[in-house]
Design a binder for this molecule. Structure first.
Ligand SMILES: CC(C)(COP(=O)(O)OP(=O)(O)OC[C@H]1O[C@@H](n2cnc3c(N)ncnc32)[C@H](O)[C@@H]1OP(=O)(O)O)[C@@H](O)C(=O)NCCC(=O)NCCS
Length: 326
């Protein structure tokens, strides 16, 4: 039997507290004008004290399961893309598994920073195609606020907290569907560890014993993002014999509006076809794609049969794309 991974539900959750650019300008030397013009960000959500990544993820997961009409006992795989786990171990995915009351199957985290959701989708697609999972929860969840140096204006203005989730089912690919299947058409993941020093945390369990703070060479990361994302979207389209004009929606990682605009321009995609949430969410790392996806589904933009291209780049460097027929 051949299986395809079909997204059957989505959900998302954002913490209640909203911090605007003006709020930040009272803490560090910055302005709303600087942040907006360089990044497109206006505000971000920040987790409350004691609110963890698994708390956000659980709320997003429950909404996705409700949307899909799937109960906990059907879930046999939970993969969480996160770089801000509740604990160094166990994986945040098993905490979520327990909170959902799932007592079978497997749960683990994928660490690819801002590409975490794309990597998690790729992993789950592999499991489904291999016949090793039937109903999976794929979650991107982050409390990036906990990794930030709130005195470093070059990074603290860029990130936010949140979670997004999708439920994926294994659907048997029958002959009649092969020409126009609904589901994940292909996934493409890459990494290049030579660029580790461009985006990293200056701590970790085996180096300093604490989580450290996020450090970034913003300009360099920007250049790599523009190049790598342009390449990987072409790779995804070529693999499927499709062209940019076939895409209904570009759902990019929301790191910087100028990076998104550059990818859309290279694809000659009009702005109306690009799902943008960066203004309200900032960069929520692995959560940004499922947050944007869920927003566009719930407001009716994404419809059955639409061709959706997701792409992301993050620390590592890591980058990748997922092409889906909804
Ligand atoms: C971070 C980023 C917004 C900076 O934009 P930029 O166009 O490279 O920055 P500019 O060269 O225009 O400005 C740099 C100057 O602004 C200053 N600056 C940095 N942060 C600032 C802030 N929040 N407010 C005001 N000034 C700031 C710097 O100190 C620097 O000043 P200097 O020239 O006197 O040294 C941009 O490089 C970026 O988005 N990079 C990619 C980041 C990213 O997406 N990371 C995540 C990938 S997953």
């Amino acid at each position: 039997m051949t299986f395809i991974s079909r997204i059957v539900g989505s959900g998302s959750y954002l913490p209640e507290k909203v911090v605007t650019n003006d709020d930040l300008s009272k803490k560090v030397e910055t302005t709303d004008e600087w942040i907006t013009s360089r990044t497109g960000i206006k505000r971000r959500h920040i987790a409350a004290e004691g609110e963890t990544t698994s708390d956000l993820a659980l709320k997003a997961a429950r909404k996705a399961m409700q949307d899909a009409g799937v109960s906990a006992d059907e879930i046999d795989l939970i993969v969480v893309g996160t770089t801000t786990p509740d604990r160094t171990f166990p994986a945040t995915a098993v905490t979520i598994q327990a909170k959902l009351g799932v007592i079978h199957g497997a749960a683990f985290d994928v660490q690819a920073v801002c590409s975490g959701f794309v990597y998690a989708m790729s992993v789950v697609d592999g499991f489904i195609k291999a016949g090793q999972a039937k109903t999976a929860l794929v979650i991107g969840a982050e409390t990036m606020s906990r990794l930030l140096d709130w005195e470093d204006r070059a990074t603290c203005v860029l990130f936010g907290d949140g979670a997004g989730a999708v439920v994926i089912k294994a659907v048997e690919l029958k002959n009649g569907m092969k020409n126009h299947p609904h589901g994940i058409l292909s996934t493409h993941i890459h990494s290049d560890g030579r660029y580790e020093e461009l985006l990293y945390t200056d701590g970790g369990p085996s180096s300093t014993g604490d989580a450290g703070h996020l450090r970034m060479e913003g300009k360099e990361v920007f250049k790599h993002a523009v190049t790598n994302l342009a390449e990987v979207v072409v790779e995804a389209l070529e693999k499927n014999g499709l062209s940019a004009s076939d895409i209904d929606w570009l759902v990019p990682h929301q790191a910087n509006k100028r990076i998104i605009d550059s990818t859309a321009k290279k694809l000659k995609m009009p702005r109306e076809k690009v799902i943008l949430t960066i203004e309200d969410h900032a960069n929520t790392s692995a959560a940004s794609i499922p947050l944007a996806l869920d927003a566009a589904r719930r407001d009716g933009r994404i419809k059955d049969g639409d061709l959706i291209l997701m792409e992301a780049m993050g620390g590592g460097l890591t980058w990748g794309a997922v092409l889906v027929r909804w």
